[in-house]
Design a protein. Structure first.
Lengths: 293, 293
């Protein structure tokens, strides 16, 4: 797919995700967090555009000439551009981790039929250098993640250790996949991303795009306890949020209850960030497949 | 300025303009029109990114090698991309008319000190071909404008007439400047655009970006009767809206009154579109000058 086509789908996916409302617990068009505001997400989405384009270009060269995709370096570049264009801190780290390999895969693909297979192969072929680049990106975004096997994400010595042990980006994400949904997507075939792309496509036909995105987010939340919430508040809290989401869905997902759920989570500062990131990736895949607003 | 820097400022300006709320009478993050929704504006802003980049590239070549900027063709391309990526109809016609020459001027400029002069010169050098390209764009966007001197914007024969009379884009806009604020900006030195860029920069320091944009929009509305409203509802209606905006400002521009003004205009379907377009151009200039969210 054309590089500007891919970059536009990626930036628009981030815009549509953050705009979808009410999206319980997260920033949306109707509410900000204290330090991170809706506008910071708008700026970050646009800031990353040239990096999405570069990812698609690298993907095309990988498919045509077998050249390497620098996934780690591209993720770091997206994070750096995001931080350069807005002052709200970490807006899109998890989303960039998903969207960059997907953008590379889209650049390598004619239509979307090979998109998933290409994304998986691109991730499997990541190198030690990609892992080190990701580790360089963490401190810039001041992102909250667990350390993988004593490899403290904020300690520069981890980079030497990664090199010594010869761990590729794929290797590291396979370890963190145990407790992190983004890593699970990246090493497990992007299962939720592609499943919810279909949910959003179908939901848009029935109820319009905003409702379809909110619904997909809520369904994912109800069946997959959010791993960002688990890291921040413990597994039990994440499971409780899922249960609560199931209740809202079971009672017909009406506006008033959605809004109450949203307010509850906001008050407790429980933001299901991993679910939002995978929702953005799902919107990206749906747009690549031709979904339009 | 770098072409991707320019394109990001342009796309982000459109996003910030449509998101600013409450922006009496227009689509914002909190309300849609019946057919044109907030999401249509998001998609349109991103859709035009490659055209903004192309405009900046043409501007750079104009400055370095004296090559022509194809302003008319670029405006038509932006309109076409916008319509291809969303189904809400005309979202950004007036904004594109302002942002394209400004993007070309930014590509031709090192900093922003020569931006205004370059934008003026680029407009003065437009050709008959640019005028014809603009006339080709009108029917695509189904945009509501008056005909200039019997040159019906929806009649393809107008193109032959423009050629016969040797009218450049600048010539035509000089005529419509009498009753159209966008044309006035494009032929009169972008006075409001640069004035309100400063208002937004200053206002952001004092009250934050969203409040600064709303305030700039309202101030412009209060002193410059909106020409889009005048075309649609008559001069008296436009003057009345200005008077109403002056009252809101005089009483301290409080949230409740702003919202009431917004509801009044929405109910009457009075949308000050020209004011919104010039506000977007002002945000673009402020971003080019270094304003960040």
């Amino acid at each position: 797919m054309d590089e500007d086509y891919v970059a536009r789908c990626a930036a628009l996916a981030l815009l549509l995700e953050v705009s979808a409302s009410p999206k319980p617990g997260n920033v949306d068009r109707h509410h900000d967090f204290a330090d991170t505001k809706y506008e910071h997400f708008l700026a970050s989405a646009v800031a990353a555009y040239p990096v999405f384009r570069a990812a698609a270009q690298e993907g095309a060269k990988w498919a045509e000439e077998g050249r390497k995709c620098h996934i780690g370096k591209l993720i770091r570049a997206a994070v750096e551009e995001s931080m350069r264009w807005q002052s709200g801190g970490n807006t899109h780290f998890g989303s960039f981790m998903l969207l960059i390999p997907l953008a590379a895969a889209a650049g390598a693909s004619e239509g979307i039929s090979r998109l998933k297979a290409n994304a998986c192969e691109i991730m499997q072929r990541t190198t030690v250098e990609d892992a080190i680049e990701l580790y360089k990106a963490f401190p810039k975004a001041r992102v909250r993640v667990r350390s993988v096997e004593q490899l403290d994400v904020l300690d520069p010595r981890s980079q030497d250790e990664i090199r010594r042990r010869g761990l590729t980006l794929y290797d590291i994400l396979r370890i963190s996949a145990d407790y992190d949904a983004i890593s699970r997507e990246l090493t497990g075939g992007f299962e939720l991303t592609f499943k919810y792309a279909e949910v959003i496509r179908e939901g848009t036909r029935q109820a319009g795009l905003n409702a379809a995105i909110v619904r997909a987010y809520l369904e994912m939340l109800s069946t997959e306890p959010d791993t960002f919430v688990a890291t921040k508040f413990g597994e039990a809290a994440a499971v409780e949020v899922s249960k609560r989401a199931r209740g809202v869905l079971a009672r017909g997902c009406n506006d008033e209850e959605l809004r109450r759920f949203d307010e509850e989570l906001l008050r407790a500062k429980i933001n299901p960030g991993a679910t939002a990131d995978i929702t953005a990736a799902a919107i990206f895949v749906a747009l690549l497949g031709g979904l339009r607003v």
